[in-house]
Design a protein around this ligand. Sequence first.
Ligand code: LHQ
Length: 267
Amino acid sequence: MSEPAVRVSRTGSVLTLTLNRPEKLNAFDDAMTRGLLDAFAAAQTEAEVRVIVLRGEGRAFSAGQDLEAFVRMRSAGAGAASVADHLRNGYNKLVMRIRSIEKPVVASLGGIAAGVGLSIALACDVRIAADDAVLTLGFSKIGLVPDGGASFMLPLLAGFGRGLELAWTSDHVDARRAHALGLINRVVAPGADLAAETATYAATLAAISPVAAALTKRAFNAAIMPQLADWLEREAMIQEEAAAGPDLMEGVGAFLGKRVPVFTAAR
Ligand code: LHQ
C-alpha cells in the first residue's frame, strides 16, 4: 500500500499530523489537502485529543502548492478549476478548519516553509521552529499574491510594512529573524531536537483546561478575525485577478525550468 499524504499519530492527548511527501518537499497536492481536511475534522470530535501538532516529514515543512500538479491541473482544459475555486475548495477550507477547531494547533517547522505551506503554518495558533528553519512567501516570484490567508495573517503577526515587504520580496527569513518579526513563537536551541521540544511545548498546552483553551481560542478569533471567511473569499478573488494574466504561468515555468522569469503583464 502507498504511503498516505498525511500521517496521523497520537501520543496521549497530542495528535500529530505529518505532511508526508518528503520527496516533493511536502508540496501540496489535492490528496494532501484532503488528508489534512479529514484529519482536522476527525480531531474536532475526538475528546481525547487536546492539542494538534502539524509538521513535515524530511527537510521541509512544506514548499507550498505542488507546482507540477498545478500545471497538470491547468492543462486539464475546460474542466480545470479556476485558481479562486482551487483556493475555495482547498486551502481556504483548511484555514477555516484550523481556525475553528477549538483546540490549540501548533506548527512545528523543521525546515523550509514556502508559499501556501507558510500560509498554513501562519494559520496555526502558534509556531515552534528549528534553528535552521527558513520562511519565504514565494508568491511574488510566480506573479501571485499571498493566499491561504497569508495576506491577513502576515500583517497581523509581522505588521503592515514588514509583512508587505516580505510579500513583495519573498526574502528567505531565517528562524531568528522570523521570531523577531513575530512570525514564530519559539526557536529551539541550535542542535536541539525539534520533535522533543515540540512534544514538551504541546504537553504544556495539553495541560491547560480544555474548556479554557477552547474558549480562549474562540475569544481571540472573535476579537481579531470575525470576518475571516469573507476575507478569504476576497483574497481568492484577488488571486484570480493575478492569475488571469501571463505572469503566473511564466513564473511557474521559470521555476520548474530553473530559469529567471520574464514578467510581461502590464498594470
Ligand atoms: C517543487 C516545489 C513546488 C513542485 C520545490 N512544487 N516542486 C495558489 C494558487 C495557484 C497556483 C499556485 O499556488 C498557489 C499557492 C502557492 O503555494 S504558490 C507558491 C508555491 N511555492 C513556491 O513557489 C515555492 C517553490 N519552491 C522554492 O522556492 C524552493 O524550492 C524552496 C525555497 C521551497 C526550497 O529551495 P531549495 O532548498 O533550494 O530546494 P530546490 O529548489 O532545489 O527544490 C528541490 C526540489 O523540489 C526541486 O526539484 P528537483 O527535481 O530539481 O530536485 C524543485 O523543483 C522541487 N520543488 N518546491 N512548490
